[in-house]
Design a protein around this ligand. Structure first.
Ligand code: SAM
Ligand code: SF4
Length: 335
């Protein structure tokens, strides 16, 4: 038996999020600049390298793999990778294979994902208004995403909707989004917007709407029962007593989850970020590429990286400026 991955603060690392591309067919205002320069293709790990990398983590005790991006479903031939990963589900080594997607390609891929053993997916959707959707995603079109959501549900995938809470943008949709999710049997999670990169947004969408305030507004209509569900991540959940619905709140800016953090993130170039809010990272690509036949150096590099996982992050909105801001975009580390 190989020893599991334990970091210096005695946290077992069982959850890997992998960005498989930095590209996207949307340009959400809080995530990307309109004119993005993407990585040259040769910088990206190939699908075979992604397989080797993820399989090494699974071999070291990772139980949950979340595929993200950029938009994971725009990566060419990505279904080959999902099908390959399903062997770890079959063997029982991996407990969950999942993804976070903007939903644009789900009409095409939902059935294939289900066939590869994906059971639950997260779809990001901030508004149900076509014009607002076009504004916040710049390049996205709402009907396409709604068709994707339909396809996912038709394929039997459990869907969770993630909405970024944006001041003066979707505050007025708190109840419509809640009801939309209830009608479709979907969990809804609100995410606090994080200070990521300099996106040059003159249109002022992307402003911080505190989830404390959002929660207080929700409590004006519903009775909120605190749930103890923990995912090892920054999400907290309540149940709406009147409808039985589960609503999540992801407050990455608070420190209340770092002590139970069980995850690390890998970029599409093979860099491992040990904490979403810190620049600490380890480049795993040399160990992968320099030893094509031998996984021992890669495992060693992974263990060394986990041995350097920081205690927590330094985001802080309580001061005038967004302290602790990190310069990279979410599309780089995959959110
Ligand atoms: N393209 C996929 C999607 O949109 O779901 C996956 C990648 S995206 C970077 C992952 C998640 O990060 C999305 O739910 C998105 O809304 C969120 N996100 C992006 N930028 C963010 C920011 N600055 N603050 C908070 N969440 C952000
Ligand atoms: Fe693309 Fe997702 Fe970023 Fe939007 S949040 S630009 S869909 S990667």
């Amino acid at each position: 038996m190989t020893a599991p991955l334990i970091d210096p603060f005695a946290r077992a690392i069982t959850y890997l999020r992998v960005s498989v591309t930095d590209r996207c067919d949307f340009r959400c205002v809080y995530c990307m600049a309109e004119n993005m320069t993407f990585l040259p293709k040769k910088e990206l790990l190939t699908l075979e390298e992604l397989d080797r990398m993820c399989s090494a983590f699974v071999g070291l005790g990772v139980k949950k793999l979340r595929i993200t991006g950029g938009e994971p479903l725009v990566r060419r031939d990505i279904m080959t990778f999902f099908r390959a990963m399903s062997r770890h589900l079959d063997s029982g080594a991996l407990e969950e294979l999942t993804l976070t997607t903007n939903g644009s390609q789900l009409e095409r891929f939902a059935a294939d994902l289900a066939a590869a053993g994906v059971r639950r997916i997260n779809i990001s959707l901030d508004t149900l208004d076509e014009e607002k959707f076009a504004r916040v995603t710049r390049w996205g079109r709402l009907p396409q995403v709604l068709r994707g959501l339909d396809a996912a549900q038709a394929a039997g995938l459990a869907v969770k909707l993630n909405a970024v809470a944006l001041k003066d943008f979707n505050e007025d949709e708190l109840f419509t989004l809640t009801e939309f999710c209830h009608d479709r049997g979907i969990d809804l999670t609100w995410i606090e917007v994080m200070p990521m990169g300099d996106l040059g947004n003159e249109d002022r969408i992307g402003q911080y709407w505190s989830l404390t305030d959002l929660r207080a507004q929700l409590a004006q209509r519903y009775t909120l029962a605190e749930l103890s569900d923990r995912t090892g991540g920054p999400a907290r959940y309540v149940r709406l007593e009147e409808t039985g619905q589960r609503i999540g709140f992801i407050t990455p800016l608070s420190h209340n989850f770092c002590e139970s953090c069980n995850r690390v993130r890998m970029t599409c170039t093979g860099e491992l970020y040990m904490c979403l809010g810190q620049e600490d990272r380890a480049d795993l690509r040399p160990a992968l590429r320099n030893f094509p036949q031998d996984d021992a150096p890669l495992e060693q590099a992974i263990r060394a990286a986990i041995g350097a996982k920081p205690r927590g992050h330094d985001f802080d909105y309580s001061r005038q400026r967004a302290d602790g801001q990190v310069s990279r975009h979410m599309s780089h580390t995959g959110g």
